[in-house]
Ligand binder design. Structure first.
Ligand code: ITT
Length: 191
């Protein structure tokens, strides 16, 4: 079970996990599932909180992703508050660009980070992490992906995350890298 209420994440996670011998079900199959408060101060803590809560609720092996953008010029913000930074993706991007408007190019470094927790209904849990380095642009460009992708210039491609096709994003992204580790844990379980 993929425990996320974020449609962009759910799509990427399902694509990345599609080769596994599991039937992948998302939280949308559980419309009455309660919201889980993200009270942790790190991505790993919040991924564990979400995965264990939903594994207990559904009785299924559950993966949760906690992720976000760390901007060096903002002391690591928005970090674990990336989704709570503003109410919508366009507002989050506008707020970030405004906060960064006087930051020179050389100081615009940032990274996406992702923690994935894999929880059994019994309470046992394991975690994996991934990250990708980049810089924050001065405008939004590209229409793929979600969240902050239109303003994140991927260092290793020189292009916006939102300009990458989904397969290309998944092969290098913070989420793709964390889930590649998760797959190593999951594959031996039931093959
Ligand atoms: P769930 O908790 O239900 O999974 P959420 O969106 O609230 O959904 P998070 O608390 O982990 O999830 O917040 C992650 C935020 O970080 C997300 O809403 C985006 O704003 C940003 N983010 C994470 N991964 C991203 C990506 O691949 N591209 C762009 N933005 C991303």
């Amino acid at each position: 079970m993929i425990a996320t209420k974020n449609a962009g994440k759910a799509k990427e996670m399902a694509e990345i996990l599609s080769d596994l011998p599991y039937e992948v079900v998302s939280l949308s199959a559980y419309p009455d599932a309660p919201d889980v408060e993200e009270t942790g101060s790190t991505f790993v803590e919040n991924a564990i909180i979400k995965a264990t809560a939903y594994a207990q609720y559904t009785g299924e092996l559950t993966l949760a992703d906690d992720s976000g953008l760390e901007v060096d010029a903002l002391g690591g913000a928005p970090g674990v508050y990336s989704s709570r930074f503003a109410p919508s993706d366009p507002e989050r991007i506008a707020k970030l660009l405004d906060l960064m408007k006087d930051v020179p190019d050389k100081d615009r470094t940032a990274r996406f980070k992702c923690a994935v927790a894999i929880a059994e209904p019994t309470g046992s849990v394991r975690t994996c992490e991934g990250k990708i380095e980049g810089t924050i642009a001065r405008d939004a460009r590209g229409s793929n992906g979600f969240g902050y992708d239109p303003v994140f210039v991927v260092t290793e491609t020189g292009r916006r995350m939102a300009e990458l096709e989904s397969g290309e994003k998944n092969s290098i992204s913070h989420r793709g890298r964390a889930l590649a580790e998760a797959i190593k844990i999951l594959r031996p379980c039931r093959v």
